[in-house]
Ligand binder design. Structure first.
Ligand SMILES: *[C@@H]1O[C@H](CO)[C@@H](O)[C@H](O)[C@H]1NC(C)=O
Ligand SMILES: *[C@@H]1O[C@H](CO)[C@@H](O)[C@H](O)[C@H]1NC(C)=O
Ligand SMILES: *[C@@H]1O[C@H](CO)[C@@H](O)[C@H](O)[C@H]1NC(C)=O
Ligand SMILES: *[C@@H]1O[C@H](CO)[C@@H](O)[C@H](O)[C@H]1NC(C)=O
Ligand SMILES: *[C@@H]1O[C@H](CO)[C@@H](O)[C@H](O)[C@H]1NC(C)=O
Ligand SMILES: *[C@@H]1O[C@H](CO)[C@@H](O)[C@H](O)[C@H]1NC(C)=O
Ligand SMILES: [Ca+2]
Length: 551
């Protein structure tokens, strides 16, 4: 970021000449050779203004933008499909870098909000709608639409990246040589390409580097929905454990808080400090029987029956199945201890049943109550849209110098935290075995007390994808640096070869940036957990009161 007081006049001149190129005609010229692509919209956006035509997935515009050129491109991907992508091209202070962001759930829409936040760093940013307009929990757009599924799976992302990489330098090259008579080949180039996004956005980043290792120099992926079919399977199996409502084992919403309170009670102190945050979910030894009512307890409101405890235990522990040959397979990890169970126990989300109804069996009358492991195997065979990011050998990406920062909230109620641990283990198995040290290119962080991508009692904010905070324009106010901001951490790793040993998470008072910082603490490289080394009660909120164990 350049403030006006330090902006050299020459740069201002470049900025204004770039901005002068923010016209539909200019972008039509740039993409003229591409038969499949067309320019949908080009808008010059003033500093402080908002931009972002609403989609179902992203109904809100990006606010308080830096002055930039907003471009929307449509690309025909097959006779029956097309996708759109958006570009934010900052007028001044382009950092000569490209950053792509992604989507959420099964939704479709351009993520203008995250594009806008990252553009404040100076990145030229991009997001694709993945070829449809739908809310996150909606799979119906994919019914009998195999081409749309492929766009969602990986094609729209890759096509958008490729085209963006030709448009961006062309735009900035033109802008840097306004005076044709003195044009001494001022061709602009993209120095580095990055990716930052969460959830399905995490899957998209991993999928892209698996298929196209050259696309990015560094990806920052949160809570990746990489195991598409098995995540959907768990999302359907969990409420099946709990329904019908009149079953003796049914756990009603009134008990959800009782369950998470007992988990906090038992697990909070096991990590070494009772602070309202479970910092070592995987390490917690939880006694389910302490949820039991003393006297049978049918219809009790503050404890559970034995049958209800069985339901709770199922959803918080690994789902395993016996194969025909007798071996046992992990189908999916359970919810992390302490995570709110309402999404999984309380509803049959489209993120579960929708995958079979709309993408595997193509039958909206399919009886999801008859769901079994055989349906999971069938979904694996179909792998709708080839979306699963399950090519674990990342050697090609490592060889080209690519880096991965992966993080996951330890209280994620939407994508169980263990899912990222399975990915991590599978990559290690594929690249040298259990003890292999892959930290030269792949670093994984578990964020204590963070829900799905954001929110929760822990210091969860690291300025990653899907982490908008009220009254925060971008990064971590007062701490715009690579220790606190995960995208800057990635840049430092890629460009200065300084790998992040830890990240510092921030919690704002009431999750409102204007109310100030409540606490900060280090988030350690997996599998380490931050240890409290403070002495007085106030120290808990200070980062220096915590340390990541050296070994
Ligand atoms: C808008 O963003 C700028 C930084 O670019 C910031 O200084 C300013 O406080 C923001 N305004 C609002 C209303 O958030
Ligand atoms: C349902 O459609 C998908 C692609 O849209 C296809 O791969 C799958 O085989 C179809 N399933 C059936 C049972 O027709
Ligand atoms: C639950 O309700 C269904 C009908 O809605 C009924 O068929 C079934 O017998 C009931 N089961 C129990 C355990 O009461
Ligand atoms: C529990 O509530 C149900 C429905 O209100 C009722 O039918 C049942 O008799 C109650 N069971 C006990 C043990 O009170
Ligand atoms: C058993 O079957 C599973 C699923 O088909 C397979 O992945 C596994 O390799 C088999 N194991 C042995 C020992 O044959
Ligand atoms: C921004 O901060 C002010 C002052 O704390 C608060 O009144 C306002 O609600 C905040 N904005 C949002 C969107 O939360
Ligand atoms: Ca604790």
């Amino acid at each position: 970021m350049l403030s006006s007081s330090q902006t050299p006049l020459a740069l201002l001149a470049v900025a204004s000449s770039v901005a002068a190129q923010c016209t539909r005609e200019h972008f039509e010229t740039i993409i003229a050779g591409n038969e499949a692509a067309s320019v949908t919209d080009v808008s010059a956006v003033a500093a402080g203004a908002s931009f972002g035509p609403p989609s179902k997935a992203f109904p809100q515009p990006a606010n308080n933008l830096t002055a930039l050129c907003a471009v929307t491109i449509n690309v025909k991907s097959s006779p029956t499909s097309s996708y759109n992508f958006g570009l934010f091209l900052p007028d001044a202070g382009w950092n000569e870098r490209f950053l792509t962001t992604g989507n959420g759930g099964f939704g479709g829409g351009i993520n203008w909000v995250d594009m806008g936040i990252f553009a404040h760093h100076g990145f030229a940013t991009m997001s694709t709608d993945t070829g449809h307009n739908a809310m996150a929990f909606d799979a119906s757009w994919g019914l009998n639409q195999p081409e749309k599924l492929v766009d969602w799976g990986y094609r729209a992302m890759h096509g958008s990246i490729e085209l963006a990489k030709t448009i961006i330098p062309a735009y900035y090259s033109a802008g840097s040589s306004p005076d044709k008579s003195t044009d001494k080949s001022t061709a602009a180039t993209i120095k580095k390409s990055y990716y930052a996004s969460c959830s399905t956005g995490g899957r998209q980043g991993l999928k892209e580097i698996q298929l196209h290792p050259e696309s990015f120099d560094g990806i920052v992926v949160g809570a990746p929905a990489w195991w598409t079919t098995h995540l959907a399977a768990f999302t359907l199996q969990a409420p099946l454990y709990n329904f019908p409502e009149n079953a003796s084992y049914h756990v009603g919403p009134a008990l959800y808080k009782i369950i998470t309170a007992e988990m906090l009670k038992q697990c909070d102190s096991q990590d070494g400090l009772e602070d309202g945050i479970i910092s070592d979910t995987f390490g917690c030894k939880f006694d389910y029987d302490r949820l039991l009512c003393a006297q049978g307890g049918a219809n009790a409101t503050n404890c559970l029956t034995a049958a209800q405890v069985v339901t709770v235990r199922k959803v918080y522990t690994e789902w395993r199945e016996k194969e025909a040959n007798g071996t046992e397979t992990l189908v999916f990890p359970g919810l992390p201890l302490g995570a709110d169970p309402s999404g999984m126990l309380g509803t049959f989300s489209g993120l579960g049943r929708g995958l079979w109804e709309d993408w595997v069996y193509n039958d909206t009358n399919w009886d999801y109550t008859k769901f079994t492991y055989a349906d999971v195997l069938e979904a694996d065979r179909v792998d709708p849209g080839d979306a699963a990011a399950d090519h674990f050998d990342l050697s090609a990406y490592r060889a080209r110098g690519g880096k991965i920062i992966m993080y996951h909230g330890q209280a994620d109620p939407g994508i169980p935290t263990g899912s990222s641990r399975v990915f991590y283990d599978n990559v290690h198995t594929a690249m040298g075995g259990e003890g292999a040290d892959l930290t030269d290119f792949y670093r994984f962080f578990l964020i204590p007390g963070m829900g799905h991508c954001n929110g929760g009692p822990g210091p969860w904010y690291i300025a990653g994808g899907s982490q908008e905070v009220a009254n925060v324009t971008f990064s971590v106010p007062g701490h715009v640096d690579a220790d606190h901001d995960v995208v800057l951490a990635m840049m430092r790793w890629v460009e200065e070869e300084a790998a992040p040993a830890q990240l510092i998470g921030t919690k704002f008072v009431g999750d409102n940036g204007a109310a100030g910082i409540e606490s900060q603490r280090p988030i350690c490289l997996y599998p380490k957990t931050a240890k409290y080394i403070g002495t007085s009660k106030d120290d808990v909120n200070k980062p220096e009161s915590w340390e990541c164990p050296k070994e």
